[in-house]
Write a protein of this length. Sequence first.
Lengths: 434, 434
Amino acid sequence: MKYYNNFNIALVGIGNIGSSVYNYLVQKKNYLISQTGSNYNLKYVSAKNLKKRRHLKNIKKKWFSNPLKLAHKDDVDIIIELIGGSEGIAKKIVFSALRNKKHVITANKELIFKYGNELAKIAQENKVNLLFEASVGGGIPVIKSIKESLISNNIFHIYGILNGTTNFILTEIEKTKKNFSTILTEAIKKGYAEPNPTKDLNGEDVKSKLSILSGLCFKSGILSNKFEVQGIQNIDYLDIEYAKEFKLKIKLLAISEVINNKIKLRVHPSLIPENSDLAKIDGANNAIVIEGQPIGKIVYQGLGAGKGPTTSSVISDLTSVLKSEISLPFGYDINKVKKYKTFDFNNHHSKYYLRLTVRDKAGVLSIITNILSSSNVSIQRIIQNPINFNQASIVIITHKCMEKNIKRTIHKISSKNFILKKIVMIRIRDEKKL
Amino acid sequence: MKYYNNFNIALVGIGNIGSSVYNYLVQKKNYLISQTGSNYNLKYVSAKNLKKRRHLKNIKKKWFSNPLKLAHKDDVDIIIELIGGSEGIAKKIVFSALRNKKHVITANKELIFKYGNELAKIAQENKVNLLFEASVGGGIPVIKSIKESLISNNIFHIYGILNGTTNFILTEIEKTKKNFSTILTEAIKKGYAEPNPTKDLNGEDVKSKLSILSGLCFKSGILSNKFEVQGIQNIDYLDIEYAKEFKLKIKLLAISEVINNKIKLRVHPSLIPENSDLAKIDGANNAIVIEGQPIGKIVYQGLGAGKGPTTSSVISDLTSVLKSEISLPFGYDINKVKKYKTFDFNNHHSKYYLRLTVRDKAGVLSIITNILSSSNVSIQRIIQNPINFNQASIVIITHKCMEKNIKRTIHKISSKNFILKKIVMIRIRDEKKL
């Protein structure tokens, strides 16, 4: 373990977040030195294009055109990677930086999700830091908390809202009563959603984050198992209205559990009681709930993205390095991970909400109820409302039943020619306290 | 800085929490060693009375009768102090342990509040740890978060619910519609309140905790200034009922702000919107909200006391020591604290709720409204309800006015002979998002 009193930093990726980190490092240098006792030097900055107008003081003096070479330079101790993406330059830089015994700080959840285990091994072998607080939950210091403060706990349950974009969209649909696509277009225009929001909408972004948190909490390494993942693309204003009638709210939940040594990890829209903690998390906020022994339950809330929160996390990682702390990337030895099996999601039990758009003709309801009954799905509540003179929507709330049965039911009903649109299915999680 | 591969631990104080920590250290030894890479030995245990039945395995072998001597023993590296109280044995042990270069882990908020600055100086000089995660917020790892993860932030606002006992009492009064003293008696019987709950009820417990958090966040050292502190002793079921009518809820809030380089720290019952985040925190839960730049707002929630959460915090402190980390007790140099002035609370602005119990006779209301008007307190809402044939309660909601004016008003009205009980005053904090 080498002790540095002076650290040379290379910052790679100067977008929205990168610019904010740049400014912090330039403007708060004296403060950070006073807090950590170490000097640092923001020596190199690199990004795709120097010519892009960024209004960053003295950036030209620090400019380095080939970011890949930074990982090999002797006068670089710390690389802050803010490019993003699991492949391409970000991947190359982080791998070679760790191999060359540079500390790495990154906000790159895709990279950590996909290559975190490999990267952790290299960092651990080379006794350098791989820190990624900003990759999950924006400014919420949940990763350090799990690695250090919750270390004494046997954690068995993690759940919450891990994507600000989708939570913002769901909140806005409810508030404005506009439909999904209108709100999405507005969100993109306002910068609350990325130009290509596919990974946010389809749940993949949340899956990466939940896999990272689970890997840390369950000491399993980051898992790449096939888990149940659905996004909010099929949710529409109608569903939110129905939810209100049932005193429920729709949230894109991330849920991860260890049950009998099996990991059950899933991301999907959920109907939860409107007076529950998580139902109150609106807009671009994130909330993470962790349950374990002996601590019981603990909840973290904060903005899940944005330059302020992300800068806070990146700088907090940096201060650990400046204080010459070397920590295991995952808080435990990556060579001694716990093995778990994967829960077969067909065996999941839940209540379900189904919304069907049907041709309004005689006998439809009897066919539907027959299919439900033959699949062992019993109905708690059913509502039929006309949409226009020959269309109707049918909403069904089931009693608790098995996932495989509800899927079979949906499959069977979907094949009927009176079904006019894709059936919307949302799982109901109506425990009083989530 | 001495590197230990093997740490000898002395545990002092074996009550409810101490027993839980004892069991953890005995039962999870292999786990902790695997997580930290260091060996430890729970060498000595001390408490008032060995004979008390505790059902702790092998405790007799580790028993040491004079706890004060432990701080001087060469074969003790870490002292875990779980006796409590700002004076007496706890104080003596912690001071002499730090002087003798032992690491100290404590859950003792009174001690840290009263002597934290002195203790931090000694720890810092001697390069040993003084860790006190369990002193505020039970299992919530807020202290480590502030010291490490929020280090890059300029924090200007801390608020929340920091006392589980009073929050439990307020929740129960609302649920059961019983009066304050009945609920308190029940809470003591059930162990939710201590046999002598004075410091919980009068706000002093919260003041200690808020002073500790503020000292860490504002980098001021722990402050002993005279702050505004009121408890919940005067709140009764009636107030909770009126609050409901106004769509408000009563919570004992801790609030600390830096405004123009002045610290404004206060603890008092507050009327907050019933749909706000903090209004939803019920029972023995705590919630801590921290606002700063660049992070924005972050919220921590969890059980504020109890053996599980407290054990989690104590053990997380212990793992830091076992990993041979030496951290500054407050996260910054105690010899370089920031200086602030104290905000004069007479200049505080707020809306106020007043409840008067009066003799129901002609002219009373006119006298009251005259006093309000002459003190520059204007009324937003007033409700008079009969209590019995010759008593009435008058509830007044004021517009925003100055604290000194409301206090003058209360003083003047209190002197009138138609006032039958102490006037209840509660500050209203009705910002939409707290």
